[in-house]
Unconditional design. Structure first.
Length: 257
């Protein structure tokens, strides 16, 4: 619909260091073009100028660009396997001070779920989760820790009663859980990865990248894991070449280095 998308990608990279080349172009361009129409921009250049001059529009663009669909204990049967099989094995192998990274953590549902799930196995004061996302806005939301009813519907009832307080129609997670998560801004395609991780959780995000970008990310996850560490991916994702990456598959969505 609009001309000059190649230049637009360079302009956005200069502004944000977000590389639009790593996203599936047809899908991403369609999303961005709808934003131009919504903001009555006549061209990519005009929209870039708007992003430079209007912080609200810039924040809207970043929020729209990133995929922020998340919920606590998403796909409960996978969390059951994490609870019954993965955590006990990791604790037996590495001890109770596990290094866990929740990558592309969105609004914090996932890292907070990890704290609650792991608290069944080790004391809370031994839990520290690194949680990263490219989007500053969702990290701010994550730090607030306020969620709607649908987001927390899969949280076990005992944990819901213990760690959530109802505020109007929303639910706020307790500071007791929040203080065990360290949120950081991080670009999976550009920034250095944490090292020596015992568990990396990155779910339903990599699917939005090109095959080349996916391969690069999975290789970096492999390097980021400690030997015998585990990668937990989303139910919409597959690692077709996991053997080539020297990963061993457990169930459908867990891969061990």
């Amino acid at each position: 619909m609009f001309e000059g998308y190649e230049k637009f990608k360079k302009d956005i990279y200069a502004m944000t260091t977000i590389d639009l080349n790593a996203y599936k172009e047809k899908q991403m361009r369609r999303r961005i073009d709808s934003l131009l129409v919504k903001n009555k921009a006549q061209s990519y250049d005009e929209y870039v100028h708007l992003l430079h001059t209007d912080k609200e529009k810039f924040d809207q663009f970043i929020n729209f660009l990133t995929i922020n669909v998340s919920e606590f204990y998403r796909n409960p049967e996978q969390w059951k396997f994490l609870d019954e099989e993965v955590f006990p094995a990791l604790i037996k192998q590495f001890g109770s001070n596990l290094k866990i990274w929740s990558a592309a953590c969105s609004t914090g549902d996932e890292p907070y779920s990890l704290v609650m799930a792991l608290s069944k196995h080790v004391p809370l004061n031994q839990i520290h989760i690194i949680a990263t996302d490219i989007d500053k806005q969702v990290l701010e939301k994550a730090k607030v820790g306020l969620y709607n009813e649908k987001s927390i519907e899969s949280v076990p009832d005992d944990l819901k009663c213990k760690y959530f307080t109802q505020v109007g129609k929303s639910y706020k997670i307790s500071d007791e859980i929040k203080k065990h998560v360290e949120f950081r801004e991080h670009n999976l395609l550009r920034d250095p990865y944490p090292s020596g991780c015992h568990l990396i959780v990155c779910r339903n995000v990599v699917i939005y990248f090109t095959e080349e970008a996916k391969d690069e990310i999975y290789r970096k996850f492999y390097d980021s894991l400690a030997k015998d560490g585990m990668l937990f991916i989303g139910s919409t994702e597959q690692i077709m070449n996991y053997r080539e990456l020297n990963l061993k598959r457990h169930q459908s969505f867990f891969f061990q280095k």
